[in-house]
Structures are given as structure tokens and as C-alpha cells.
Write a protein that binds this ligand. Structure first.
Ligand code: PLP
Length: 355
């Protein structure tokens, strides 16, 4: 398919790298493509960034049939723009789409479309350490229809947002709150899909955690309310004794690309990595007997997020000295070095998209 390109007549002023924050600025152009049963995916186009006009009955607004992805473009010291494992994001987008009854995308074509868009927008990739261009591919159900069924028509779009360093003052350990009153996802639900409703479902408990002085919720499984699944919108890791443990993918956990990268890096360093069920009780017991050394989250936004404190059933524990553990710091540095082209790329994770 040929991608039509219509350039913006007036370009925006670029924000200063220092004031970027997260997700508030958007570039001059976006990618759009439509689906209907007759034509399949059609009319791929790069157009000026701008609002959509949607009929108030548009299905996504009522039934939440929406999926998305999140990845970043990084600028290297020599000015190249590169992506980290983008093929895995488009593979996961199709996996989410399958669960939400959406038509499949041609992964190679949408990656090519993203690269075309990035080449038009490359001046928007910020260059200060830790900054990047956040990429949000999304699919929404567009039938104007009230009544529950899957939509016949869809819009796929990609928008780009220059974002700041997640840790402007360095690495800050987070405080997490564990609840048995609320869950993010359940076995048999859509927890393994990156779909809008999972994020809406997490808001209320997160608000309660924030009110209690905690940054994020540690989600327990929705069936037995015992086993740890994720933290906030990140996957989670524990170092107990000399093992690195992470919850096994059980269909309610999102299969994080950073999670997989952490596992591969740790194994390449000779660390024993175990993917299994791990209960909150086991974590408290490991803390009591001195075996719990580090806890950290992993995800595209923060890369690695050390956990300083956990509160469960009214009891707070401090992990180590409450600061950043050495293993979390080593992983953070290594992943950032690969993403920004400062070190070798032994797993072929990097795709250079523009010089
Ligand atoms: C619920 C959830 N879990 C985990 C992750 C981490 O996934 P990734 O490492 O691919 O960013 C994300 C972010 O995408 C997420 O939204």
C-alpha cells in the first residue's frame, strides 16, 4: 500500500527539552489508516496532527473497544534516531487486537509507516539525556452504533509525543500499596491485552493508594487475591536470596517487552531467573528472614523503577535501606545504554530509523 503524505502548512514551536514532562506535547503530523470489511485496512496516510470528528454513538466511546501500544524513539550522541524492539510492540498490538475482536494489522507495513512518520518528525526527537519521543499506536472501534457487538470499522493511528527524562533528579524508589479489595484484571479477562478498560479499572485503587501516601498499587491475582501480578502499569521483579523472580505470564499479566529484556540480560549475566507464582505472604516472609534484597518494576516509561516500601494489611516494610538496589541500578544503566546507543546491542534489539 502507498502511504499518502499531506504536510502541515504551519509547524509548531518545539518545547524546551527541560520542560517536556510526559504526554502533553504532540508533533506536527500523525499516521492514520481505516478498516472496513469491504476494503480491509486502507487509505494509509500521514496528515497534520489534529482532532477526530466522531459521531456521539461511536462504539469505542461506549464499549471501550480500544487497544494501544507504547514505545519510544531515542536519539544517540551521534544524532541517529533508533527504536527498541519495535517489532515486539506491533506483535503485541495484534495479540491485543485478537482478544478485542479486531482485524489484524500487517506488522511489517505498520512498522514501515511508523518509520516514514519518524523520518518526517525527526526534529521532534529530543536530545537531552533521558528524553525521548514517545510513540502511541492505537486502534479504536468506529461504527456509529449503540448496542453491544464488535465494530465492523476501525481507525488505526499513531501519534508522537516528546517526553522528558522519567527521573530528572535520578532514580527515585517508589512506595507501593497492596490491596485485596480491588484487582486490575482476572484470569479469563483481558489483562494480557493492552486495552483501555484495564487502565480505567486501575484508577480507583490507585487513587486510594495515593491518598494513603503511596505511589502505585501492587496488583494481586483476581482469583485467590494472593499472588502478585504487576505494579502500577509495570511488570515486577523480586530478588530473593540469589534468584531473580517474576510472576509467570498467566493471561492476566501484560507481557512486558522490558520484562523480557530484563530476563534476557539477567540470564546473560549468569543470574538465575525464575518465572513462577509468588504470593504477597512469601514476600513478607522473605523480608522477615532477610532474604528479600530488591524489588523493582519494569516498563517502557520508567525502564526500571525501584520499590522502596510496600504496605499490605496495614504493615509497611522497607526493602533494603529503602534506596536503589545495585541490581536495579545495573539493569537501568545497561538498558538505557543500549537504547541510547552507548553500548553494544548483543540481542539485536535496536533498529536505527534515521541518521
Ligand atoms: C499493565 C502494564 N504492564 C506492564 C507494562 C510494561 O510493558 P513494556 O515493558 O512493554 O512497556 C505496561 C506498559 O506498557 C503496562 O501497561
Amino acid at each position: 500500500m502507498e502511504i499518502t503524505i499531506r504536510k502541515a502548512e504551519k509547524l509548531k514551536n518545539h518545547p524546551e527539552d527541560a520542560g517536556l514532562g510526559f504526554g502533553t506535547f504532540f508533533t506536527d503530523h500523525m499516521f492514520n489508516m481505516d478498516y472496513n470489511p469491504e476494503k480491509g485496512w486502507h487509505n494509509p496516510r500521514i496528515e497534520p496532527y489534529g482532532p477526530f470528528e466522531l459521531d456521539p454513538s461511536t462504539m469505542v466511546l461506549h464499549y471501550g473497544q480500544a487497544i494501544f501500544e507504547g514505545l519510544k524513539a531515542y536519539k544517540t550522541d551521534s544524532g541517529e534516531i533508533q527504536l527498541f524492539r519495535p517489532q515486539d510492540n506491533f506483535k503485541r498490538l495484534n495479540k491485543s487486537g485478537h482478544m478485542l475482536c479486531m482485524p489484524e494489522l500487517d506488522e511489517a507495513f505498520v512498522l514501515e509507516s511508523l518509520i516514514t512518520l519518524l523520518n518526517i518528525e525527526k526534529s521532534w526527537v529530543p536530545g537531552e539525556p533521558g528524553t525521548s519521543l514517545y510513540i502511541r499506536p492505537t486502534i479504536i472501534a468506529t461504527d456509529p452504533y449503540i448496542g453491544l457487538r464488535s465494530s465492523n470499522t476501525y481507525r488505526f493511528f499513531i501519534i508522537l509525543s516528546p517526553v522528558g527524562a522519567y527521573y530528572p533528579e535520578g532514580f527515585d524508589p517508589i512506595k507501593i500499596w497492596v490491596t485485596t479489595d480491588y484487582v486490575r484484571a482476572v484470569r479469563g479477562g483481558v489483562g494480557q491485552a493492552k486495552t483501555a478498560g484495564n487502565y480505567a479499572a486501575s484508577l480507583y485503587a490507585t487513587e486510594l493508594a495515593n491518598k494513603d501516601g503511596y505511589t502505585q498499587v501492587m496488583w494481586l491475582d483476581g482469583v485467590e487475591l494472593k499472588y502478585v501480578e504487576e505494579v502500577g502499569s509495570m511488570n515486577i521483579f523480586f530478588i530473593i536470596g540469589d534468584e531473580l523472580i517474576t510472576p509467570e505470564l498467566n493471561r492476566s499479566i501484560l507481557s512486558g517487552i522490558t520484562r523480557d529484556s530484563v530476563i534476557k540480560l539477567a540470564e546473560s549475566w549468569g543470574v538465575t531467573v525464575v518465572e513462577r507464582k509468588i504470593s504477597i505472604d512469601e514476600i513478607y516472609r522473605a523480608h522477615e528472614n532477610g532474604a528479600l534484597k530488591e524489588v523493582f518494576g519494569s516498563g517502557t516509561a520508567a525502564v526500571i523503577s525501584p520499590v522502596g516500601n510496600i504496605k499490605f494489611n496495614g504493615r509497611e516494610i522497607t526493602i533494603g535501606d529503602g534506596g536503589v538496589g545495585p541490581f536495579a541500578a545495573k539493569l537501568f544503566d545497561q538498558l538505557m545504554d543500549i537504547q541510547y546507543g552507548k553500548s553494544d546491542d548483543p540481542f539485536n534489539w535496536i533498529m536505527v530509523v534515521s541518521a
